[in-house]
Write a protein that binds this ligand. Structure first.
Ligand code: ATP
Ligand code: MG
Length: 537
C-alpha cells in the first residue's frame, strides 16, 4: 500500500450521528411549506411565535416531565457544562490529601485549600455558573459547615487534646465526602420537548401580567435518545402551541383542537384520526382514586404482563394503558376505565369539550386508553394518528396541564397545548402523494456572446424580481449544451439570448416540455411569463 492510499484510508469519513439526518432540497421545500402553513393558520387564531433555547437546566425537564417517564429516565441528552478546570483540580487535591498525619502543617494546607475552594465557588454559585440544584446547594452547605466545625475544633487546640482528635478527623472526612458531591458546572439537557421551556419563559418574563390567556407557538428540533427507525429519530422536529393563563373553559380545549385540525387540513394531511380522552384532575380525588383502582387491578394480572408494564405498575401505572404489546391487549381491555371514575366537574368539562368539538365540526373518536406519556397532563388529552407511518403513527399529542406552571415555581396557571411530530407529518404527506413540491427552475437563461451576457444578467435580475426561479450559467455555453443542462435541471423554459436576439430586440423562449419556440419583445416576454406563473400557481 502506498503512503498516499494509507493516508486516505486513515482519513475518517464523517457521517451524521445515528438518529440524526440531513434534510435536503427538494424535501426541505415541503418542510418550509408545512412550517409556513403553521405560521399562517396559528396567526389566524391569535398565536404568536416564541423561539426557545435548545438546551435548558436538566431539572426543568426532570421536574415537569417526571422522573418515571421514559423521556427523563432514559432518553435525555444531558451534559455538564463548562467544567472549571482549576477548581476541579483543587477539589481533587482536597479529596485526596492524606489525613493520616493530622498535624499542624498538613491541616494548615488542607484548611487553606478548603477556604480557597469555598471562596471561589460562592460567586460562581450566586451567578448560576454552577448548578443551583438543591443537591448541589446542600453539598456546598455541608462542606461549609464541616469546615467551620473543623476550625472551631482547631481553635479549641484539638491537636493537643486526644479526646478532640476523633471529632476533628470526622469533620475532615465529612468535608471530603460532601466535596465529592459538589458539581462544578451546570447540568444541562438538550430539550426533549418544549412545553416546559414555554412555561419557564412564561414565568421568567412575567407573562401572567399580559392579557390572558397567552397564546404561543414554536417550531424546532427536539432530542431524545431513542432507537432510530422510521418516524423515530434522535433529533426530530416539533411544531407546537400552548395556551397559558385565563380559564380552563372547555371552549379553550375545543378551539386548540380545532386549530390543529384546521392546520392538518390545510397542509393536506389525509386520513388523520383525532382521539380524545379525559384523564381527570390530578390533585382532586378522581384521578388519584382511579390510579389506585388501576394499580390494584394490575397487581392481579401482573404475571401476565411483560417486564416494562410490570415495572410501570409501581412507577407509572397509567402508562400501562399505552402498551402496544400484542400479548397484553386482551388483559388491558379488562382494566377499569377512567371515565367511570371522573368526578362531576371533570365529567362536565369533558362532555362540554366533546359538545364544542361537534359544534365546530371537528370529528373525533374517544379512546379511554389515551393517557399520554408525560406526568403533567390532566383532564383533556388528545392524539392524532395518520396513515402511512407503520407503528409510529402518532403525528401529534397534546393535553391540558393546569398544574405545570405552578410546579415550575410560577403562580397557579391554566395550560393546554400540543406538539406535532413534523418528521412524521412530512412522511405521511409524502406517502399519500401530497408531498409533491415544485421542482426545477422556471427559466434557464441560455446566453452566448458578450453583449448577450449583459442582457442575460439584466433579464435574470428582472425575472427574479418578479419571483421566478432563474438559472443563469456563469460561463458561456453552446446552445445545445445549455439546453440539455436546462433539461437536467427540470427548467420549464429556456430563454435563448444570442447577440442576434439582442440586436433584434426579440428574445426566443423555448418551452422545454413541448419544444415550442416563440419570439417576444422584452416587455411581451415578461407579460407572457407572468401569465404562465399565474396559471400554474
Ligand atoms: P411516541 O409514543 O410515538 O414515542 P410520544 O408520546 O413520546 O410519542 P410526544 O412526547 O407526545 O410523543 O411528542 C409529540 C409528537 O412528537 C409525537 O406524536 C410524535 O409525532 C413526535 N415524536 C416524538 N418522539 C419522536 C421521535 N423520536 N422521532 C420523531 N418524532 C417524534
Ligand atoms: Mg416517545
Amino acid at each position: 500500500m502506498s503512503d498516499a492510499t494509507a493516508k486516505k484510508e486513515e482519513r475518517h469519513k464523517f457521517q451524521a450521528i445515528k438518529g440524526t439526518r440531513d434534510l435536503m432540497p427538494p424535501e426541505t421545500e415541503l418542510w418550509n411549506r408545512v412550517e409556513q402553513t403553521a405560521h399562517e393558520i396559528f396567526a389566524t387564531f391569535g398565536y404568536g411565535e416564541i423561539r426557545l433555547p435548545v438546551f435548558e437546566e436538566t431539572d426543568l425537564f426532570a421536574r415537569s416531565i417526571g422522573l418515571n417517564t421514559d423521556v427523563v429516565s432514559k432518553e435525555m441528552y444531558t451534559f455538564v457544562d463548562r467544567p472549571l478546570e482549576d477548581l476541579e483540580k483543587l477539589k481533587e487535591q482536597i479529596i485526596t490529601r492524606p489525613i493520616g498525619l493530622v498535624n499542624i502543617t498538613n491541616l494548615g494546607i488542607f484548611d487553606g485549600e478548603v477556604e480557597h475552594f469555598l471562596s471561589e465557588v460562592k460567586p460562581l454559585f450566586d451567578r448560576e455558573e454552577i448548578s443551583r440544584s438543591p443537591e448541589n446547594a446542600a453539598a456546598l452547605r455541608s462542606v461549609h459547615l464541616a469546615h467551620q466545625e473543623m476550625r472551631r475544633l482547631l481553635l479549641d487546640r484539638a491537636l493537643s487534646r486526644p479526646e478532640l482528635q476523633d471529632p476533628l478527623v470526622a469533620q475532615i472526612v465529612e468535608i471530603k465526602n460532601e466535596m465529592r458531591k459538589v458539581l462544578l458546572g451546570n447540568v444541562l439537557t438538550m430539550r426533549p420537548e418544549a412545553t416546559a421551556s414555554v412555561c419557564r419563559a412564561y414565568i421568567e418574563h412575567n407573562m401572567q401580567q399580559l392579557p390572558q390567556p397567552v397564546k404561543l407557538y414554536y417550531m424546532g428540533p427536539m432530542f431524545r435518545r431513542e432507537r432510530p427507525q422510521k418516524g423515530r429519530y434522535r433529533q426530530f422536529y416539533q411544531i407546537g402551541a400552548e395556551i397559558l393563563g385565563g380559564t380552563d373553559a372547555p371552549g379553550i380545549d375545543a378551539e386548540v383542537i380545532e386549530m390543529l385540525m384546521t392546520f392538518f387540513d390545510k397542509v393536506g394531511l389525509q386520513g388523520a384520526t383525532l382521539y380524545i380522552n379525559s384523564i381527570g384532575h390530578n390533585a382532586e380525588n378522581c384521578r388519584r382514586g382511579y390510579v389506585a383502582k388501576l394499580k390494584a387491578a394490575l397487581e392481579k394480572v401482573k404475571d401476565k404482563l411483560g417486564p416494562d408494564s410490570q415495572r410501570r405498575i409501581d412507577t407509572n401505572p397509567l402508562r400501562v394503558l399505552d402498551s402496544k404489546l400484542e400479548s397484553e391487549q386482551a388483559i388491558i381491555a379488562t382494566l377499569p376505565h377512567i371515565a367511570d371514575h371522573l368526578c362531576d366537574e371533570c365529567k362536565t368539562h369533558y362532555a362540554e369539550v366533546k359538545r364544542q368539538l361537534q359544534v365546530r365540526g371537528v370529528l373525533y373518536q374517544e379512546n379511554w386508553r389515551l393517557v399520554r406519556g408525560l406526568d403533567y397532563y390532566m383532564r383533556t388529552t388528545f392524539e392524532i394518528t395518520a396513515p402511512g407511518l407503520g407503528s409510529q403513527n402518532a403525528v401529534c399529542g397534546g393535553g391540558r396541564y393546569d398544574g405545570l406552571v405552578e410546579l415550575l415555581g410560577g403562580t397557579p396557571t391554566k395550560g393546554i397545548g400540543f406538539a406535532i411530530g413534523e418528521d412524521r407529518l412530512i412522511l405521511s404527506l409524502q406517502e399519500s402523494g401530497k408531498g409533491q413540491v415544485q421542482q426545477g427552475r422556471d427559466i434557464y437563461v441560455a446566453w452566448m456572446g458578450e453583449k448577450a451576457h449583459a442582457t442575460a444578467i439584466r433579464a435574470a435580475k428582472d425575472l427574479r424580481k418578479v419571483g421566478f426561479s432563474v438559472e443563469l450559467p456563469p460561463l458561456e455555453q453552446k446552445f445545445g449544451k445549455a439546453l440539455s443542462q436546462a433539461d437536467k435541471l427540470g427548467a420549464k423554459f429556456a430563454l435563448i439570448l444570442g447577440d442576434n436576439e439582442v440586436s433584434e430586440g426579440l428574445w426566443t423562449l423555448k418551452t422545454l416540455s413541448t419544444g415550442e419556440q416563440s419570439k417576444f419583445s422584452e416587455p411581451d416576454l415578461l407579460e407572457f411569463l407572468r401569465q404562465q406563473k399565474n396559471v400554474s400557481s
